[in-house]
Design a protein around this ligand. Structure first.
Ligand code: AMP
Length: 416
């Protein structure tokens, strides 16, 4: 079923959203992007004469009630954005009465799902090494089903609009879908957009396709790099990864970040790129610093000849040119991870060169997808969010989708 085809009039919809928003010490929301992201879906149900039961997690309360992570703190903000006074159910597993009383146009928000260990389905208070762990896990899976069934009982239909948790098989993101037939469960608009954006990158590729992978480590990106190797024309590997590649090729990298156990892997990636005809772009020069700080002294040097005691914190001018050259003519672009320590204003040039080239290519008709927390933070820092095609709300979920893994939250609705 799709959200545009379902008849919500007189029906109750339980919607999994990602309202895991950052709060300051006074419990005020500091970034409401995620709430805004879910509004089209929520407003659609209300406009069609349905009632809403909104459910989400917030933070990591680890299966225990913790006022710090109470969703009651965001009820006013959600009410204001929806234009409806949102009711609150202080116990998500005991909300049957409140849900039953909902009239068309009304909204009930459930307390943080993760106050119950059943949401994540992991046994708590027992070590993985404990001989009783497997039994505890089995028992937890059973109570997770019961918990999911309870949530499902509140509504006539289920919508998943929480892309950020779509890579988890949790009660509210996947198991609950078992209690609705195919005609009564659907993806929300945000999820549909995210899934479409990933399809553009993985299935409907317009060439050339350039992927830019940055960030601190090769190890956390290797799955995606290997998956992309079969698809891309240009692969830019930048950021902290640069120095693992430089060292693997016999370079001197000073105190730069490096994964010494990944040197062979780096050489293997270089070989794979050659064998597959992928244009692998690694930074030839870098901005090295004598301290890990914004005010450090700097010098531009070869990424393979960094003086002892210095560390590469950003891509150098030659690298920036090479990155831009591999991006500007691309028709499909994926960017995950910064090219330097962009949190320090003096080491943003590499990431900025990438962002600018992406903006140019996008203006020329490329589809550009930016995802993963840090590159999104980066593009926002440069004020360029409106110059790219799509910014994903998913960190881990996006990366797993691009690795080619089936997301349980999507599969639970659309099938494998
Ligand atoms: P990741 O979480 O792996 O995507 O890495 C993102 C982090 O990588 C950001 O916080 C950057 O500051 C960091 N990073 C990027 N380039 C470097 C570098 N050359 N040295 C150290 N950290 C870096």
């Amino acid at each position: 079923m799709t959200i545009d085809n379902f008849k919500f009039a007189g029906k109750k919809a339980i919607v999994r959203v990602d309202f895991n928003v950052p709060l300051n010490e006074e419990g005020k929301i500091t970034d409401d992007t995620r709430i805004r992201g879910a509004l089209p879906t929520l407003k659609k149900v209300l406009a069609d004469g349905g009632a809403l039961i909104i459910m989400s997690h917030m933070g990591k309360p680890k299966g225990k009630v913790n006022a710090k992570y109470s969703l009651s703190q965001i009820v006013d903000a959600v009410s204001e954005k929806l234009g409806v006074a949102v009711q609150f159910a202080p116990d998500c597993a005991k909300a049957a009465e409140a849900a039953a009383a909902l009239k068309p146009g009304e909204v009930l928000m459930l307390e943080n799902l993760r106050f119950y260990p059943e949401e994540e389905g992991k046994p708590v208070g027992i070590d993985k090494e404990d001989p009783a762990y497997n039994d505890a896990k089995k028992a937890m899976k059973e109570s997770q089903k019961e918990f999911s069934k309870t949530l499902a009982s509140y509504a006539d239909c289920y919508i998943n609009d929480a892309f950020g948790t779509a890579h988890r098989r949790h009660a509210s993101t996947a198991v609950i879908a078992d209690y609705f037939d195919a005609d009564n469960k659907m993806l929300g608009y945000l999820m549909e957009k995210e899934v479409q954006a990933v399809d553009n990158i993985l299935k409907d590729i317009k060439r050339p396709f350039t992927a830019i992978m940055g960030g601190s480590k090769v190890s956390t990106k290797i799955g995606i790099i290997e998956n992309l190797m079969d698809k891309v024309d240009n692969l830019i590997l930048c950021g902290g990864m640069t120095y693992t590649f430089a060292k693997a090729q016999g370079g001197e990298i000073g105190r730069s970040i490096v994964e010494d156990d990944k040197l062979d892997l780096a050489l293997n990636i270089i070989e794979q790129a050659k064998a597959k005809g992928v244009n692998l772009v690694l930074a030839q020069d870098c901005v090295a610093a004598d301290d890990f700080s914004n005010d450090a002294n700097t010098q531009v040097c070869s990424a393979k000849a960094i003086p002892a005691g210095w560390e590469g914190l950003d891509a150098g001018p030659e690298a920036q040119k090479a990155f831009a050259a591999a991006i500007v003519d691309a028709k499909t672009i994926l960017w995950n991870g910064p090219a330097g320590v962009f949190e320090f204003d003096n080491f943003t040039a590499g990431s900025r060169a990438i962002a600018e080239a992406i903006a140019k290519a996008t203006a020329n008709g490329a589809f550009s997808l930016i995802g993963g927390g840090d590159s999104v933070a980066c593009i926002n820092k440069f004020g360029m969010a409106d110059q790219v095609s799509y910014i994903s709300t998913g960190g881990g979920a996006l990366l797993e989708a691009i690795e080619g893994k089936v997301l349980p939250g999507v599969a639970a609705i659309k099938g494998e």
